[in-house]
Each structure stands twice: as C-alpha cells, then as structure tokens.
Ligand binder design. Structure first.
Ligand code: DX5
Ligand code: ZN
Length: 219
C-alpha cells in the first residue's frame, strides 16, 4: 500500500501571504503543494499563472502539484514547467490531442497527471494509464474550493485501482474536492493515495495545519 500523501490546495490560502502560507504548509507536514490554476474560461474562476508560481518557487523545496484548469492547455504547458511545476496535471477536454500533451509534459522532464471531472468516464484514459504518473479524480466540479464532496466518484477510484493492480501500473491516484475528516478514509479505502484539501487543511481546528494534515492522513 502506497504511503498516503497530502497535497494542500493554496486556493484556500491567504492570497496576500502566499509565500508564508506555503512555508506553514511545509512546517505542517504537507507532502506537496497543490496549485489550482484557473483561467476563467475552462472554469468560471481566475486564480494565478506562471509568474506567481515562479515567485512562490523560492519558498519551498516541496513538489508543486500544478492543476491546470485552463483551455487550451497545450501551448502553455512549457510556461508552467519553466515556472517550477513538478507535476503538471491537465484535463482531457482542454487539449486537442491528450497523448501528445502527455508526451510533451514527459519530454519536459515533469511528472504528468490527467484530471477527470465528476462526469468524465475513466475509459477516456484507460489506454494511456501506462504513460501517466497520476490520475486526479475530481470529487467536485472544478472552479472553487469549499464545495460538497461527490461520493459517486469513489467508484471511479475503485475502478482505476483495480486496473492499476491488474496491470501492475505505478500511477498515483489523487482525489480533489471537498475532502474532509468524514470522507478521507472512504477515499483511501477506495484506492486514493494522494488527498488534495484546501478548506479542511486551512480552516478546521482553528487553522491548525499540522493537526489537520495529520488527521487527513490517518486511516
Ligand atoms: C477545485 C480545485 C480543488 C479545490 C479543493 O476546482 O481543483 O483543488 O481547491 O478545495 P477544497 O478542499 O476546499 O474542496
Ligand atoms: Zn485542484
């Protein structure tokens, strides 16, 4: 069983203090930093781009787990690689050729993730699972933090975990959206090994990040 990792989303951080917030996450035991990039086109929200990621790079050595909710995505991938992303996750709907975008990210020596929205079926990627490092299962419709967890996506995680075990593949299964202390164990039992969390990490227990990360990891 892979070690459970927590990738806190800075979407729920204090945007006026992002550098310090990233340091707090590292001190609190985060395994990586989930950076939600939104363009106001692929999703109805706008957050940050390469210049901010570049500015934040100096605050931690932790991997930047960059979730690109932008479309079109292919022509911008290198900007995020150059800005300091370690994992670059894209949505299939945002590229004309998913396989070539995957190979392009790989060619930039970055880990590649593919994100499935709640209504997107796994068969869109089953023939590419041997080429990707991470599948990001959305348990909310992308665009905002603090939304309600959609438990129906757990079946997709179970499906992917079965394929992963059957074919002895190595990709990580990451779940993203509405993760809290009531559903983290369900996600882990279903087969997720990386949990994204914004609201629960930053807001619960009076903002005690260390405690919240510890509780999310516990099974
Ligand atoms: C939503 C983002 C998620 C979100 C998670 O589009 O991809 O990463 O920020 O935030 P919470 O944990 O608050 O649902
Ligand atoms: Zn995300």
């Amino acid at each position: 069983m892979k070690k459970i990792q927590i990738s806190p989303s800075i979407l729920s951080a204090d945007f006026s203090q992002l550098g310090n917030e990233i340091k707090r996450l590292e001190e609190g035991g985060a395994d990586m930093i989930h950076v939600d990039v939104m363009d106001g086109h692929f999703v109805p929200n706008l957050t940050m781009g390469p210049p901010i990621i570049k500015a934040l790079r100096q605050y931690t050595k932790l991997p930047f787990d960059v979730h690109l909710m932008i479309s079109p995505v292919h022509k911008y991938i290198k900007d995020y690689a150059d800005a300091g992303a370690d994992i670059i996750t894209i949505h299939p709907e945002a590229t004309e050729d998913l396989k070539s975008s995957i190979q392009y990210i790989r060619g930039l020596n970055k880990k590649v993730g593919v994100s499935l929205n709640p209504e997107t079926k796994t068969d869109l990627i089953t023939n590419l699972l041997n080429e990707i490092d991470l599948v990001l299962i959305m348990s909310v419709n992308p665009g905002f933090g603090g939304q309600k967890f959609m438990p129906e996506v757990l079946n997709k995680i179970k499906e992917l975990k079965e394929i992963k075990d059957q074919k002895n593949l190595k990709f990580d299964i990451e779940i993203d959206g509405g993760i809290n202390f009531d559903n983290n164990k369900l996600a882990i039992e279903a087969g997720a090994n990386i949990l994204v969390s914004g609201t629960t990490v930053f807001k619960n227990n009076n903002g005690n990040i260390k405690k919240n990360i510890g509780l999310l990891k516990s099974t």
